[in-house]
Every structure is written in C-alpha cells, then in structure tokens.
Design a protein around this ligand. Sequence first.
Ligand code: NDP
Length: 295
Amino acid sequence: MSSHTGQSAVTVLGLGPMGRSLAGAFLDAGVRTTVWNRTPGRDRELVARGAAGARTAGEAVAASPLTVVCVVDYDAVDAVVRRPEVTDALKGRTVVNLSADTPDRARATAGWAAGHGVRYLDGAIMTPTPTIGTPAAVFLHSGPEELYRAHRPVLAALGGTHTHLGEEIGRAAAYDIALLDIFWTAVAGYTHALALARAEGVGAGELAPFAAGISAILPPVFEQAAREVDSGHFSEPGNPLTSAASSMAHIVHTSEGHGIDAGVMRAAEGWARRAIGQGHGADGLARIAELLSRR
Ligand code: NDP
C-alpha cells in the first residue's frame, strides 16, 4: 500500500509490542513515521524499515501533526507527555492516546491537554498485536468528532474497524474496561477450569475442544442478557438462577475438595444467591447485572 506516501506523517511514542505493531502498520501503509521509546534500541527494526528514530520524545512529536501514544498505562503517558519540552512541542498538534487505563484517567488527560493547547482523542485497542494492519483489528475512539474525522484517514492505516463512540472522552475507556471485564474473567475462568480438570485427571488438550464449544454458546446468551438489562424485563429462561447457583456450588465444592482456590466462583455464586434471596430465582443470570448496579 502506498496511498499515504508523502501525504501524512505520524509519530508513535511507546514501542512495546503494541506500539511496534502500530508503527509497523503505518510504515506498511506508506505513512511517514517517527518513533520514540523510553528505553533506547526498541526502534531498531522499525528504523531499518524506514521509520525515523527520534532521540527525544520532544523531537519525535515535533516531527508530525499527529502523535499516537501507546504505553503501558496513563502514569506512563504522563511521564512521557507532561515533560515541558514534550508539552511545548505538542501545542497545536493532536494526540491519539491508545494506551489502556480507566475512564477517569482519560478525562484527566483530556483536561491536561485542554489546559495546554493539545488536541486530544482517546482510544482503545480491542484486539492483539497480530491483528494490527489487518481487517481483524478493532479500535474504539472518543473525543471531538471533528478531530477524529480529520485524522481518520491516517488512522485507517492501522487496518480493521474504527468506531467513534462519541465526544465524551471517557467513553472509549469505558467500553474497554467493560469488554476487558469479560475477557479477564473468562480467561481466569479458563485457567481455573484447566487446574480443576487436571486435578480430575483430564488434560488441558482433552478439555480444549469442549471449551471451544462453551465459548460458542455465549454470543446468543450475551444478546439475550443485553436485551433484558436494557428493557428491565427479565424472562424465565431455560436455565434459571436457582439452577445456575446449584451448578456453581458444584464447581466450588469440587475445586475446594482438590485444594484449589474457588474465590471467583464463590463470588459469582454469592451474587446468584442474593438475587434468589430477593425473589428472582426464576430469572436468568442477567438479573445479576441489575443487582450489582443497584446503589
Ligand atoms: P506494555 O503494556 O508492556 O507497554 C510497554 C510500553 O510502555 C513500552 O514502550 C514501555 O517503555 C512503556 N512504558 C512503561 N512504563 C513507562 C514509563 N514510566 N515511561 C515511559 N514509557 C513507559 O506493552 P504493549 O505495547 O503490548 O501495550 C501498550 C498498550 O497497548 C497497553 O496499554 C496495553 O494494554 C494496550 N494493548 C495491548 C495489546 C497487546 O496485544 N499487546 C492489546 C490491546 C491493547 P520501555 O520499553 O522503556 O519499558
């Protein structure tokens, strides 16, 4: 691809696995790319592919109208961009912050940016590094729509789908946090299941094909729960909370019988029992979202 050659320029601050993937995708698309990382030397391969390696973050951001920041969290973002020479160089330019953190941190960073004449978009990357530059990548963005539209053509070099979620700057981080809540509890559940299966003499490879079957039944469950939570009408499902709580108790019992911590499942069972105690035993698991969001 060479559609961007000579027409656009981007700076990437942060060259961890994700930052390197982002910079590589910009290079592949022909975007003039300047890179910088706190620890020197991480730019070697990118420079060999045509990136400009900046000696300082200030020098890096001065090279492009758009700077993409991708570091571990917003403490790291602050450590990079809130240095006077970097802040000065960013004045009048745009930052797209693709580092992950909380909605509150996104709002605080936007406040800092507004106070220093820095144009600011927040974003989240929902897919792993091999997807970057391919149709499988998923990017979420929030902040001023006009700014998003202005930089959308360059961001398109990252491939995949880009969704602008609205002007409220914390929105991309809010989606990110909620989606990662699903991801990390699912992965934690899987690792726990592997330990439990092993204790029963079942190998991980033996369980894996059936585990894939479990994940395949989730999409319609998610859709049904979303409809119920948004409408506030909870149907009587094939698997009511009374049955779910009983199943969870079996997992707790078997885990603890093998000396395996069952804290996560105990917590989930506790929510189900509370909802049952409030008279919702015939409802499905979606009822728990309402229970947890009550103030
Ligand atoms: P990390 O989350 O490990 O971030 C590494 C980067 O952060 C390096 O550039 C590192 O610099 C920098 N960094 C850490 N602390 C500081 C600091 N105090 N000052 C300056 N720079 C600092 O790796 P990734 O690249 O994978 O992730 C970057 C972001 O992308 C994270 O927020 C992550 O959640 C998000 N993300 C990553 C995905 C992935 O698949 N990897 C998927 C989706 C999102 P140094 O080299 O000097 O240590």
